[in-house]
Design a protein around this ligand. Structure first.
Ligand code: ADP
Length: 695
C-alpha cells in the first residue's frame, strides 16, 4: 500500500550516498535476463529478515511468532543498528546459498585424498566458496618442503609456496565470475623447513607481484617467541619425515614438533585420562617431552636444520615493514583460549584473522553499529546499554539462524559447522562512538571503554546463546565440563596497561559511563550455562566490516577514522568528501568554509594544523596519527573478551622504522592477542585508500 512505500522511502534516507553506491554495485538483486534491479535497499533488508526468521518454523514457532521475529530483524537491520556480513546480504533467499564469510579448509600432503582434503580437493572447495563471496584460510604446513622426494613419480616436490600460487591464480580467475574478489589467508608454522621462502613470498621483488589474493601469516608458538626473546635457535622440520605425523596423533605431534607449551599438553592429556573415552584419543605411552621428540625427529631425519629464532623473526619484521606481510598468528594463544579445545587443534584463521577455525569449519558474522547507541538523556550524552543488550540478544539469535538457513557448498563444511555452531557478533562505529562521547581514540579512557564494551557484549552474547540453547538445545559437541570459559584467562585492564608500560589511569568520567559493566555477574552466567548449555561454541568476533560499515555509514570495526576529508576523482570532476561527523564539529566552530575544507582535504588530517581548535585536533586523530601502542592496546582490550579473533590493522606512518614493527609484534604476543598485522602507509602500490590528495 501507499503507507508502506512511504515507510520504505524514509528508511532509505538513512543510507548515505556511498552506501547506496555499494548496494547498487553488488548487493541489490537484479533480474538475470534484463539486468534491471528488482529490489530497493529496504526490500533487500526485508528479504534478509524474512529469510532468517523463517528458520524458526522448523523449531515449532507459530506464524505470528515468526512474523514478529521478522519485524525485529528487519527493524535492527534497516535502522542500521546491526548488519550481517556480506554473503548473508547477497545470498539470502537466492539460488546461491552461502551466508557465511569465513572458512578454513584443510590441506593434506597429497594431490587428492578419499576424505577430500588433498591439495586439489582444497582448491576445488576454495573455488566453490569464493564463487559465493566467502573468504578462505589454510594452513600449508603439512606440505612437504621444496626439493623433497615424491615417491610415486620419483620426482622432486615444489613446496608449499608454489602450491599457494595455484590457489592464488584460481582466486584470480573466479573473481571474474563471482560476487566479489576472493580473499585468502595462507599460514605456515614457524617450524616448517620452507618458512624462509614463505616469509619472503610477498616482499622485496615479489611485493605487489606474487600472491596478491593472499594475506600471509607465520604460525608463531610460545616456544618460538621465547626463543626470539632469548636469541636461541629452533629446529626446522620436514613434516613428511616424521612418523608421528597424522591427524590421529594431533596432540602427540603437537608436542613432538614443539608446537605447544608443556602445560597445555598436560592439561589435554590429564583431562583425557580423567574423562576416559573423551573426544581426544591419545596413547599415554606416546607422551614425550619436546626435547625427546626432537631427538626422535632428528633420528628420522625430520629436522632439516636449526636456525636462530631472532634472525627468522627479523626477516618477518622486515617483510611486514616492507609490505604488510607476513603477519603473525599466535597458535598457542589461539588454542589455549579456544572454548572447544577438546575437538582438536586450530592451525589457521580466515583471511582477516577474526575467525580461528578448526578444519572445514565456517562462521557467519554480523556487526553492531555502536554509534547508534550513543544517546542524549537529560542533556547528557550516554551509552544506551539496555538498547545495546537487546540488539546483542537478537543479533545472536539471527546469526544462529544463519547456520540453519545456510546452503553449504560441501558436506564436510556443513558437518564441521553444525558440530560447533560458531557465530561471530562484532562491532563497527567504535571510533565515532568515542568522538560522540568526547573521548580521544589514543587515550587510556578509550582503551578502558573498549575493554568494558567488549566485556558487556561478550556477556550478553553468551547469555543470549544460553537462551537459544534453552529452546533449541546446545551445539552437538557441547561438553559442560570440558567447555572452557574464556573469562578465566582474560587479562584484567590494569594488567594490559602494565604490560604495555602505560602509566595513565582511566578517568572517573569513563568509569561512571561504564559502571553497569562492573555489575555483570559471570558466576551466575556460568551457573546458567552448566544448566542449559550454549547454543554456539563461540559467540563474538571482531571483523573488519570493510563493506558493511559503508552500508551502515559508520567507521569500520574498532578502527580509528582513516581520513577526515579527501578528494575523490571521478569522471565528471573532483569532489571533496568530508566525514559528516567532522563536518558537524566544524560547523560548531564556524570552520565549515569551503576553503578550510579544501585545505583539510589535502592531507586528510588536522593534527598538524595549528589553526584548528586543540580539542578537535585531539578528538579527530586519524589512523596514522594514533601512536602504534594505542592501536595494539585497543586490539588487546577487545581480544580479552572475545572467544574468536579480533581483526585489526596496526596502521603505521610511512616514516616508522622496522623497530616499530618489532615492538608491535612482541607486545601483541605479550598482550594475549591472537594474530597481528601491520600496514605502513604507502608501503604498497595498490593501496585501497590514500590519504588526502596524491601529489
Ligand atoms: P563485510 O563488511 O563485507 O561483511 P568484512 O570486511 O567484515 O566483510 O570481512 C569479513 C570476512 O569476510 C573476511 O575476514 C573474509 O573472511 C571475508 N571477506 C571479506 N572480503 C572478502 C572478499 N573480497 N572475498 C572473499 N571473502 C571476503
Amino acid at each position: 500500500g501507499k503507507g508502506k512505500w512511504k515507510d520504505f522511502n524514509e528508511k532509505d534516507l538513512l543510507l548515505s550516498y556511498n552506501a547506496l553506491k555499494v548496494l547498487e554495485a553488488r548487493y541489490l538483486l537484479k533480474d538475470p535476463n534484463t539486468l534491471r534491479y528488482i529490489e530497493t535497499p529496504q526490500m533487500l533488508f526485508r528479504r534478509v529478515a524474512r529469510f532468517l526468521a523463517s528458520v524458526e518454523r522448523k523449531y515449532g514457532k507459530s506464524e505470528a511468532e515468526v512474523k514478529q521475529l521478522e519485524e525485529k530483524f528487519y527493524e535492527m537491520i534497516s535502522s542500521l543498528k546491526f548488519v550481517p556480513n556480506s554473503p548473508t546480504l547477497m545470498n539470502s533467499e537466492t539460488r546461491l546459498g552461502i551466508l557465511s564469510a569465513c572458512f578454513v579448509i584443510p590441506v593434506k600432503d597429497a594431490m587428492t585424498t578419499p576424505e577430500g582434503d588433498g591439495i586439489y580437493d582444497a582448491l576445488r572447495a576454495t573455488a566453490l566458496v569464493h564463487q559465493q563471496g566467502g573468504g578462505t584460510g589454510f594452513d600449508f604446513s603439512e606440505l612437504r618442503p621444496k626439493g623433497d622426494v615424491v615417491a610415486s613419480t620419483a620426482g622432486v616436490a615444489s613446496g608449499p609456496v608454489s602450491f599457494m600460487k595455484v590457489f592464488d591464480a584460481s582466486t584470480d580467475v573466479i573473481k571474474q565470475g563471482g560476487k566479489r574478489r576472493g580473499a585468502n589467508m595462507g599460514v605456515m608454522h614457524a617450524w616448517h623447513a620452507d618458512i624462509e621462502d614463505f616469509i619472503r613470498a610477498k616482499t622485496g621483488q615479489l611485493k605487489d607481484v606474487q600472491l596478491q589474493n593472499f594475506n600471509i601469516s607465520v604460525g608463531a608458538y610460545d616456544y618460538f617467541m621465547e626463543a626470539v626473546v632469548k636469541g636461541e635457535s629452533v629446529p626446522l622440520i620436514n613434516p613428511r619425515k616424521t612418523k608421528i605425523a597424522g591427524r590421529d596423533h594431533e596432540y602427540y605431534i603437537t608436542k613432538a614438533r614443539g608446537y605447544m607449551n608443556e602445560e597445555w599438553i598436560q592439561e589435554v592429556i590429564l583431562s583425557e585420562l580423567e574423562e576416559k573415552g573423551g573426544v581426544v584419543s591419545l596413547d599415554e605411552s606416546k607422551v614425550i617431552t619436546v626435547d625427546e621428540a626432537l631427538v626422535i625427529a632428528s633420528k628420522e631425519g625430520a629436522v632439516v636444520r636449526y636456525v636462530n629464532a631472532k634472525s627468522l623473526f627479523d626477516e618477518i619484521v622486515k617483510g611486514a615493514w616492507d609490505s604488510g606481510d607476513p603477519g603473525l598468528l599466535f597458535i598457542d594463544t589461539i588454542n589455549r583460549r579456544h572454548p572447544v579445545w577438546y575437538l582438536g587443534k586450530i592451525n589457521a584463521t580466515n583471511p582477516c584473522g577474526e575467525e580461528p577455525l578448526l578444519p572445514w569449519e565456517s562462521c557467519n558474522l554480523g556487526s553492531i553499529n555502536l554509534e547508534k547507541f550513543v544517546i542524549e538523556r537529560n542533556g547528557k550524552v550516554e551509552i544506551d546499554w539496555d538498547g545495546l543488550a537487546e540488539i546483542i540478544s537478537y543479533g545472536v539469535r539471527f546469526l544462529d539462524n544463519v547456520i540453519d538457513a545456510n546452503r553449504y557448498p560441501l558436506k564436510q563444511i556443513e558437518d564441521a559447522t553444525k558440530r560447533t555452531r560458531k557465530v561471530g557478533l562484532g562491532v563497527m562505529g567504535l571510533a565515532r562512538m568515542f568522538i560522540k562521547l568526547g573521548i580521544a581514540y589514543d587515550s587510556v579512557d578509550a582503551i578502558y571503554l573498549s575493554y568494558q564494551l567488549a566485556k558487556f557484549i561478550f556477556y550478553h552474547a553468551y547469555k543470549a546463546s544460553i537462551e537459544v540453547a534453552k529452546e533449541k538445545g546446545p551445539f552437538p559437541t557441547y561438553d559442560s565440563k570440558l567447555y572452557r570459559d574464556i573469562w578465566e584467562s582474560a587479562l584484567d585492564f590494569n594488567s594490559l596497561l602494565q604490560i604495555a608500560e602505560v602509566a595513565d589511569k582511566p578517568s572517573d568520567y569513563v568509569k561512571k559511563l561504564t559502571s553497569v559493566v562492573d555489575k555483570l555477574d559471570f558466576d551466575l552466567l556460568k551457573g546458567e550455562r552448566l544448566k542449559y548449555g550454549l547454543r554456539n561454541s563461540t559467540v563474538v568476533s571482531i571483523a573488519p566490516t570493510g563493506t558493511i560499515s559503508i552500508i551502515a555509514g559508520t567507521s569500520s570495526s574498532i578502527e580509528p577514522l582513516f581520513a577526515l576529508a579527501f578528494v575523490r576523482n571521478v569522471a565528471v570532476g573532483k569532489f571533496i568528501e568530508i566525514d559528516p561527523l567532522f563536518l558537524e564539529y566544524l560547523r560548531k566552530y564556524e570552520l565549515d568554509d569551503p576553503e578550510v575544507i579544501q585545505k583539510i582535504a589535502e592531507s586528510g588530517i588536522i593534527g598538524d594544523n595549528v589553526f584548528m581548535p586543540r580539542s578537535l585536533r585531539k578528538l579527530f586523530r586519524t589512523a596514522h596519527e594514533v601512536p602504534p601502542i594505542y592501536h595494539v592496546l585497543h586490539q588487546a582490550a577487545w581480544q580479552q573478551w572475545n572467544d574468536s579473533g579480533t581483526s585489526k590493522t596496526i596502521n603505521l606512518r610511512s616514516e616508522e622504522p622496522p623497530e616499530t614493527v618489532e615492538k608491535v609484534y612482541l607486545l601483541a604476543w605479550k598482550l594475549g592477542i591472537k594474530g597481528i598485522t601491520v600496514y605502513r602507509d604507502k608501503s604498497k602500490q595498490q593501496q585501497v585508500i590514500y590519504f588526502g590528495v596524491k601529489k
